[in-house]
Design a protein around this ligand. Structure first.
Ligand code: KG4
Ligand code: ZN
Length: 337
C-alpha cells in the first residue's frame, strides 16, 4: 500500500511516501525559516505564498526520491488542522486535486495525531498504550495514546506553548528566530542553576501547563539587570530558562504516566528535539522505572512522514477518516477529547 502525505500547516512545506505503513521511502521538508526570520516570527500571508511556490516541487521530489509515479499511489493523507488556515488550504487543495484525478482516497489527518505517532518513524517503538508529551510551537499537551487512532487529552497549556515560550524569550534576548534551537545552542555554554526561574506546577492533580510566568520572569530579570547596569550573561539565562521549562514538562509527564498506570512515555513535537529535555526525560524516566522513547530529531519538528503514519492508520480504520472531497481545514486540533 503506497501512501503520499502532505503537510503545510505552518512554515514547512513537506511531503513523504510511506509503503505499507512502516517503510518510509522519502521525506522532503522545505523550511521557510529564511522567509520569516527578518520579521522575528511567522507572517501568515508570506507562509501561504511560499507554500504555493513550493508544494509542487516538494511533492514531485518526494515521489522521485521514493522512485514511484502518481499512478502507483493508493491514497493521499493531508494535514487538515490545526494550523494557519491559509497554509493548510494549499496542502489540502493540492491533495484533493491529486486524489480526485487519481480517484483514490484523500485522508484528512490531525497534525497532533501525526506528532503523537512520529515515534514509529524511529527504530525503538513503544507498544500501546503510552503517554505522549507533544510540545511544539502551538501546543504543549499530554495525551494518553490508547491505539493508533484514539487519544485522550490529559492536560494542555493554559497560555503559551513551550515552543512559543522559547521563541518569545529568544526574541527578547535578541537571539533570532526560531528560538528553540538558538536557545538550546546558547544554553550549552551556560549554567542551568545560575538563575532560579519559576516553575508553574498549578494544582497538584493538574496535567495542564503554564509558561507565560517563566517568560515574564525572564523579561523582569533582564529589565532589572539593565536598570542596575549589571552585565547580562546570556548563556546562563538561556540554560536556566531551558531548565525551568524542561523540569515542568518532564515532571508532569512522569506524574501523568504514574497516575494512569502506563509505563511508557513518548516525546513528540518540535521542542522534543531539545537535547536537555531529551536527556532529562531519559534520566528521570529511568529513576521512576518508566520506559522513555524518543523519536529521531528530524521527525520531532514538522514533517510529512508523521502525517503519513497517522494517515495510514486512519486508512486502515476506514470509518474514521473524512473521505469526502468537500472536507474543510480547521485551525484548532480536533483530537482534544
Ligand atoms: O512541531 P513544530 O516543528 O511546529 C509546530 O507544530 O509548532 O515545533 C516548532 C517549535 C518552535 O517553537 C521551535 O522553537 C521549537 O519547536 N523547537 C525547539 C527546538 N527545536 C525546535 N525548542 C527547543 N529546543 C529545540 N532544539
Ligand atoms: Zn507541529
Amino acid at each position: 500500500m503506497l501512501l503520499l502525505a502532505i503537510e503545510s500547516s505552518c512554515d514547512e512545506t513537506a511531503a513523504a511516501v510511506l509503503a505499507d505503513g512502516v517503510d518510509l521511502l522519502s521525506s522532503v521538508v522545505d523550511s521557510q525559516i529564511q522567509v520569516h526570520s527578518p520579521y522575528g516570527g511567522i507572517v501568515p500571508e508570506l507562509a501561504s505564498r511560499r507554500h504555493i511556490e513550493t508544494i509542487y516541487p516538494v511533492v514531485n521530489e518526494a515521489l522521485k526520491k521514493a522512485g514511484i509515479s502518481l499512478k502507483q499511489l493508493d491514497a493521499i493523507a493531508v494535514t487538515q488542522g490545526p494550523g494557519l488556515v491559509g497554509s493548510l488550504l494549499i496542502g489540502m487543495s493540492f491533495a484533493k486535486a491529486l486524489a480526485y484525478v487519481r480517484n483514490i482516497p484523500c485522508i484528512g489527518v490531525d497534525h497532533m495525531a501525526g506528532h503523537l505517532l512520529s515515534i514509529f518513524l524511529g527504530q525503538d517503538h513503544p507498544s500501546f498504550p503510552y503517554i505522549a508529551l507533544a510540545a511544539s510551537g502551538g501546543h504543549s499537551s499530554i495525551y494518553l495514546v490508547n491505539d493508533p487512532v484514539s487519544y485522550e487529552l490529559l492536560g494542555q497549556t493554559r497560555d503559551d506553548a513551550a515552543g512559543e515560550a522559547f521563541d518569545k524569550v529568544a526574541k527578547l534576548l535578541g537571539l533570532g528566530y526560531p528560538g528553540g534551537p538558538i536557545i538550546a545552542e546558547t544554553a550549552s555554554k551556560g549554567d542551568p542553576e545560575a538563575v532560579s526561574f519559576p516553575r508553574a506546577w498549578l494544582e497538584p492533580e493538574s496535567f495542564d501547563f503554564s509558561f507565560s510566568g517563566v517568560k515574564t520572569a525572564v523579561v523582569n530579570y533582564v529589565n532589572q539587570a539593565i536598570q542596575k547596569e549589571k552585565k547580562l550573561h546570556i548563556p546562563d539565562i538561556c540554560a536556566s530558562f531551558q531548565e525551568a521549562i524542561s523540569d515542568v514538562l518532564v515532571e508532569k509527564t512522569l506524574t501523568a504516566a504514574k497516575s494512569t498506570n502506563v509505563s511508557q512515555i513518548v516525546l513528540a513535537g518540535g521542542v522534543a528535539a531539545n537535547q536537555r529535555l531529551r536527556a532529562l526525560m531519559k534520566s528521570r524516566g529511568k529513576e521512576e522505572k518508566l520506559s522513555v522513547f524518543l523519536p529521531p530529531t528530524q521527525y520531532c519538528t514538522d514533517n510529512a512522514a508523521m502525517i503519513a503514519v497517522a494517515g495510514y492508520h486512519l486508512y486502515q480504520n476506514t470509518e474514521q477518516w473524512p473521505k469526502t472531497i468537500d472536507m474543510d481545514v480547521y485551525s484548532r486540533s480536533q483530537i482534544h477529547f
